[in-house]
Design a protein around this ligand. Structure first.
Ligand code: PMP
Length: 453
């Protein structure tokens, strides 16, 4: 019989069918409401990513608090997706909610700074290191601006990215490897430019390929996550980051760390926990406790080079910034989140429960002898329906098992546990309880035991 990820296909299919039915039966209100009101949206969803959830239809959320989501059908769900990292510090952290109420009476956007802005800036340097900071609204934008600075100061066209990477909807990084050659990603819509003029793609953990690409002398910067979190979860080999730093310096390229997901690693992100020394640092999503905010910073040395490039350019638009960025609400939330939510004790709690979750999932996988593995980066845990460890994006691409993942995610949700769509990612917030973690392990156990019976 045919087998996917160790599971007989016939069994997987009947499991998936039953779980889909069970889901739909438990959510009549959401079904009715969507039928009545969702047609105004393109394809019935306000953001097309929402079509990637595997359930028969979406739930409608009534409210969320801590690490719990309640839907309009009365289900109380343990949330391990946490808005795919935007709410990694919990839904509406109390200090952030308070800051929002306070700022709500004082104006929402002025294109002028506040005293909170100065305090938020000080906290950014205290938390992530002494960078020269800029505020953006999404990590996508922050990466775009960082890339622009890199090209401006080096005068070079290309960004080096890793196969299978994701840095937001940044066209410059939307390339992939095909038989050793860089090409535009195949799924990209409406892109008519040849992106290979501005990007080169190599495999993660392949320092020889990085060196070969850099030695051409046309690379402005390496843009990478410290850990590949968007291609299953691929850890850097020992020495990989040292190698990137050494090679980038040797060949005059900058090094940009995108910590948007690896901020899960601990206070200050992977960069601080592992003493990395990038030229630019980007983090978004959860940095202001869920208020749309991203930050990007550069070292003082790079800031001096940027000033020079800026002084010598023709007058006109720099191509960076958006009107609502650096607004007072963002600063109020940044200040509250950095000083009261994103703290060492919060990370200690997240780390402890994430380890409990990894351990529990591994035990289940081991018991049923599934050819799967689990990877953890601080508060971020991922199970992968293939043997590991994975070393690069190509291996991660082959490890994905969409049919298994869709069935399993729906089954977990039917047992009250929400994990991220597209992959098998689970986040622990400072508000996540031990009992929630234990419920997720038990739900996983129930599903896996049936699938591998
Ligand atoms: N960088 C990384 C590493 C990401 O994973 C993402 C989003 N998943 C982004 C940047 C972009 O974030 P946003 O969608 O908030 O712009």
């Amino acid at each position: 019989a045919e087998v996917i990820a160790g599971i007989p296909v016939a069994r997987l299919e009947s499991f998936a069918k039953r779980e889909a039915k069970r889901y739909a039966k438990a959510r009549p209100k959401a079904k009715h409401a969507l039928e009545a009101g969702a047609n105004v949206f393109l394809d019935g969803v306000p953001l097309h990513w929402m079509k990637d959830w595997p359930m028969p239809h979406l739930p409608l959320v009534a409210k969320a608090h801590g690490a719990v989501i309640e839907d309009i059908d009365g289900h109380r769900i343990d949330d391990f997706c946490l808005g795919d990292t935007g709410s990694m510090f919990g839904h509406s952290p109390a200090p952030v909610a308070k800051a929002i109420r306070h700022q709500a009476r004082r104006g929402l956007t002025y294109m002028l700074p506040t005293e909170d802005a100065l305090e938020a800036g000080r906290l950014l340097s205290e938390t992530f290191g002494p960078m020269r900071w800029q505020i953006a609204t999404t990590a996508t934008d922050a990466n775009r601006f960082a890339i622009r600075v890199a090209r401006a100061v080096t005068g070079r066209p290309k960004i080096l990215v890793f196969n299978g990477c994701y840095h937001g909807t940044v066209d410059d990084a939307m390339v992939e490897l095909d038989g050793g050659k860089t090409r535009n990603r195949q799924g990209l819509m409406g892109q008519v430019a040849d992106l290979t003029l501005g990007a080169v793609c190599v495999e993660f953990n392949d320092l020889a390929a990085v060196e070969a690409a850099l030695s051409k002398g046309d690379v402005a910067a390496i843009l990478t996550e410290p850990v590949m979190t968007n291609s299953c979860m691929v850890l850097p080999d020992a020495g990989f980051h040292d190698g990137l730093r050494t090679l980038s310096r040797r060949h005059g390229a900058l090094l940009i760390m995108d910590e948007t997901h690896t901020i899960s690693s601990g206070l200050g992100g992977y960069t601080r926990v592992h003493s990395l020394t990038p030229d630019m640092f980007v983090v978004g999503k959860c940095v202001a406790g869920g208020m749309p905010t991203a930050v990007w910073g550069m070292t003082e040395e790079l800031a001096a080079r940027y000033s020079e490039a800026n002084a010598n350019r023709a007058p006109g638009h720099s191509g960076m910034g958006t009107t609502l960025s650096a607004n007072p609400m963002q600063f109020a939330c940044l200040k509250a989140n950095l000083s009261q939510v994103m703290t060492a004790p919060a990370y200690a709690h997240m780390e402890k429960l994430a380890e409990r979750l990894s351990h529990g999932l591994r035990k289940v996988i081991g018991r049923v002898k599934a050819p799967w593995h689990v990877v953890r980066v601080g508060a971020r845990v991922e199970f992968i329906c293939a043997p590991g460890p994975l070393r690069n994006g190509a291996e991660a691409g082959l490890a994905h098992q969409p049919q298994v993942e869709a069935a399993l995610h729906t089954a977990l949700l039917n047992q009250g546990c929400l994990i991220a769509p597209f992959h098998n990612m689970m986040l622990i917030s400072p508000k996540t309880k031990k009992a929630q973690v234990d419920r997720l392990i038990a739900a996983f156990d129930t599903a896996i035991t049936e699938l591998f019976a």
